[in-house]
Design a protein around this ligand. Structure first.
Ligand code: 8OZ
Length: 366
């Protein structure tokens, strides 16, 4: 008998999720002008609404928080109206959806910044790599270190975006503290070399994340807020001298907020799960009262084993959801999964976005 717990309902705070399969946040760069979600995006998310929970693609909280062309925002009335199309479509299909709140920090380019300014970061350290701008890939620049006096303004941007998400009809929000973006940049000693109260000790490096979490939970209530971390991922040129110690501290400090869940990218984001051999994920789980949502490279067997052995409460699947809108059904039946087309991953139109057929339709077309 296969272990069916992946397909059993789960009580996530006040919400009952139909199953424990979560659609992970996936950047697809298909917002309309003004970084506004459009009907096409609503169709895409509604097609995937059999997931127990959808987490939206990363969504910038301000123009300063933007780091890639064509990603959606959640801070203007037009963006709120665009997201309302998405949340209404998902709810009409009996799904649940959280908005992922994002500030990229130094992972940006002046082309994407207000008045062509420099991207901001805890410290003026240039990342390796290139930014995806409307004119193609351009090398990252050296960011500007934030003045301490600017930090309350960014926290206010998080609060405003959280309020916009509430107005847009989301079921909750996820704070994006993973993958080398602004919050992660503050946490790690490679990118945070500040000497004020936001740098140095673990307590100081964690301060900004806790202040953001405080602001967002004040808008939503604690059990409607999740938070994503990627302790061992090198994504976006991030690193820390002791991630086990850092994230042990972070998770314990977060526990007082009573968050709905902790979403953990186990390993290198979209890459090997063993990025830092021997990293103890269970230590994070033990330090946290809320649900543990595991992500990265899970398939049916790994997901069922993690739930059965009590290593996770929810499993987030990312790339499999792109080419398999009915992923839950395919997992349930042990059906083969369609492969995604890399060429249509970022940017473009309905092709490679809303035209991946569900299994029944794919079979009928043969
Ligand atoms: C892939 C491409 C662009 C952005 C992340 C928001 O890594 C992203 C992202 C992923 O969290």
């Amino acid at each position: 008998m296969p272990d069916a717990s992946l397909f059993q309902p789960y009580a996530l705070g006040p919400l009952t999720l139909a199953n424990r399969v979560v659609m992970a946040p996936l950047t697809r760069s298909r917002a309309a002008a003004g970084d506004v979600p459009q009907a096409l995006n609503a169709t895409y998310y509604a097609q995937r609404a059999t997931a127990g929970l959808i987490i939206s693609e990363a969504t910038q909280i301000s123009q300063q928080g933007k780091g890639y062309a064509f990603t959606p925002g959640i801070y203007t009335p037009q963006q709120v109206a665009g997201w309302r199309l998405v949340t209404d479509a998902v709810h009409a299909a009996h799904g649940r959806i959280f908005a992922q709140l994002w500030h990229v920090g130094r992972i940006s380019h002046p082309d994407l910044q207000p008045e062509g300014g420099l991207p901001v970061a805890p410290s003026a350290i240039q990342p390796e790599g290139q930014a995806f701008t409307e004119a193609g890939f351009k090398p990252f620049v050296t960011p500007r270190a934030l003045a301490e006096a600017e930090i309350p303004g960014i926290i206010a941007d998080y609060r405003h975006a959280a309020a916009c998400a509430l107005q847009a009809g989301f079921d909750g929000v996820e704070i994006h503290a993973a993958n080398g973006y602004l919050l992660d940049q503050f946490l790690r000693d490679k990118t945070n070399q500040r000497t004020d109260s936001y740098g140095g000790s673990l307590e100081n490096r964690t301060r900004f994340l806790l202040e953001v979490t405080e602001a967002v939970t004040a808008v939503w209530g604690d059990n409607r807020v999740g938070l994503r971390i990627s302790p061992t991922s090198p994504a976006n040129d991030i690193a820390d001298s002791n991630p086990q110690r850092l994230f042990g501290h972070v998770v314990k400090a977060l526990d007082r907020f009573g968050l709905a869940y902790l979403h953990v990218v186990e390993g290198a984001t979209g890459g090997p799960r063993e990025a830092v051999p021997g990293f103890d994920w269970l230590a994070l789980r033990r330090g946290f009262r809320g649900a543990y949502m595991a992500n990265n490279g899970y398939d049916l067997a790994l997901a069922q084993a993690a739930l059965k052995e009590g290593r996770a409460d929810l499993i987030a699947f990312g790339r499999p959801f792109i080419a398999n809108p009915d992923l839950v059904q395919r997992l349930r039946h042990g059906s083969p999964l369609a492969k995604l087309d890399q060429a249509t991953l970022y940017g473009g139109d309905a092709h490679g976005y809303t035209d991946y057929p569900p299994m029944v339709q794919a079979a009928a077309a043969q």
